[in-house]
Design a protein. Structure first.
Lengths: 234, 162
């Protein structure tokens, strides 16, 4: 490996100039040791980010909020703010949206970027690695039953962004398309390993219901949105 | 937006940062409370147009360091290993999740303070090296070397798979 450890870390932290970053990327494609080092750093970063993410989703304790004398009725938690925006979509028929699992896409995963599902950018959580790839390309109507990341609902939120709920072994949440990445709006750490817990799917569906404008995308709309790169054509 | 409203917007992230520094939820909220009180008292020192988040993180971190130094002088060191029991709940799933979480909390607790704050700012809060150096009022080289040592230690405790 021709890069020192601090340079590799700086690469993972997006702190390198473009030229050096591209050199590392190119070399990682053939240098296994370098690729593993990058993967190790990414894994650590995403594990830390996922570990601390739920704290920022907690409701703010009254004793802190009261110091700032904002209206007590204003719930400053992310979930609370979404509840406040809850509008007319109380009775969406979730049953109709059950995903049929047929066969999946083989995603062009780069072997040297496995474990990092979460990254931070400007203090916000975004999807990375396999999670980002799954949100980019995987269709709920056409994914393997044992997919590492399972995509649930796709919908447009009230700000007009495409959002998709997902579950993986360690993390579940909702990602919304912002520019060229998926901002994680809601993350739940999985309580039990292995089997998908129905409860968290329900929880996510509830959150999705408060965010969405209109109905969730059906299979055809999901595919059309994906093929358009999750950008609105208008 | 009013100063207070901007602070409220920051609170979720600030609580996360505080939790990384002091671990126990109530202690972390005590730290946040002290930081908010300090910010309100010295709001004239915040220059409009500069980043409120950096200023708040700096206040929080400085209060934490003051507290750590005072505790050090009193000869008090918080125990490391109770992090695991603190986060474990009653049900089997909670206990498992608590134990898994304990790995990270335990590993973070083993970092020296000056590495833990850098790890939180860069790896969790997502600040650029330059921004973290500004918050901590340190040269950028000091930040990167502390970050490298912190990473090594965390990888050691959390294992190859991190």
């Amino acid at each position: 490996m021709s890069f020192d450890p601090e340079t590799v870390a700086a690469f993972v932290d997006s702190e390198l100039d473009d030229l050096t970053a591209r050199r590392i990327e190119r070399e990682a494609a053939t240098d296994t040791a370098l690729a593993e080092e990058i993967a190790r750093h990414r894994a650590l970063k995403s594990r830390l980010a996922a570990h601390y993410a739920p704290i920022a989703e907690e409701p703010i304790p009254d004793r802190l909020r009261s110091l700032l004398a904002v209206d007590d009725k204003v719930d400053t938690s992310l979930a609370g703010r979404r509840d406040a925006r809850r509008t007319r979509f109380g009775a969406i028929h979730w049953g109709a949206i059950a995903a049929s699992l047929v066969l999946g896409l083989t995603i062009g995963l780069r072997p040297w970027m496995p474990a990092a599902d979460v990254a931070t950018e400007g203090g916000r959580l975004i999807a990375a690695g396999a999670l980002a790839d799954a949100l980019d390309t995987q269709l709920a109507s056409n994914q393997p039953g044992d997919a590492a990341v399972r995509v649930g609902l796709s919908f447009e939120d009230q700000a007009g962004r495409y959002c998709r709920s997902f579950e993986s072994r360690s993390l579940a949440g909702i990602g919304c398309r912002e520019g060229d990445h998926w901002q994680l709006e809601r993350t739940l750490r999985r309580q039990a390993r292995g089997a998908y817990r129905q409860a968290s799917s329900g929880e996510l569906a509830d959150v999705a219901a408060t965010m969405m404008a209109g109905e969730p995308l059906d299979g055809a709309a999901e595919q059309a949105a994906r093929d358009a790169g999750w950008e609105h054509s208008r | 937006m009013r100063f207070e409203e901007e602070l409220v917007e920051l609170l979720p992230r600030l609580r996360r940062f505080a939790r990384g520094l002091v671990r126990h939820a109530s202690d972390a909220d005590d730290l946040c409370q002290a930081a908010i009180e300090r910010a309100l008292k010295s709001r004239d020192q915040w220059q409009q147009g500069t980043r409120l988040d950096s200023w708040m993180y700096r206040i929080t971190r400085n209060l934490w360091i003051d507290e750590r130094r005072a505790a050090g002088r009193r000869g008090f060191h918080s125990p490391i290993d109770d992090a695991v029991t603190q986060v474990a709940g009653d049900g089997p799933a909670d206990v498992e999740a608590g134990a898994l979480r304990g790995d990270i909390d335990g590993a973070m607790a083993r970092l020296p303070d000056e590495q833990r704050e850098v790890v939180m700012l860069v790896l969790v809060e997502g600040y650029a090296y330059r921004e973290a150096a500004d918050i901590l009022e340190l040269p950028i080289g000091t930040v990167t070397s502390r970050l490298a040592r912190g990473r090594e230690t965390l990888m050691f405790y959390l294992g190859e798979a991190a």
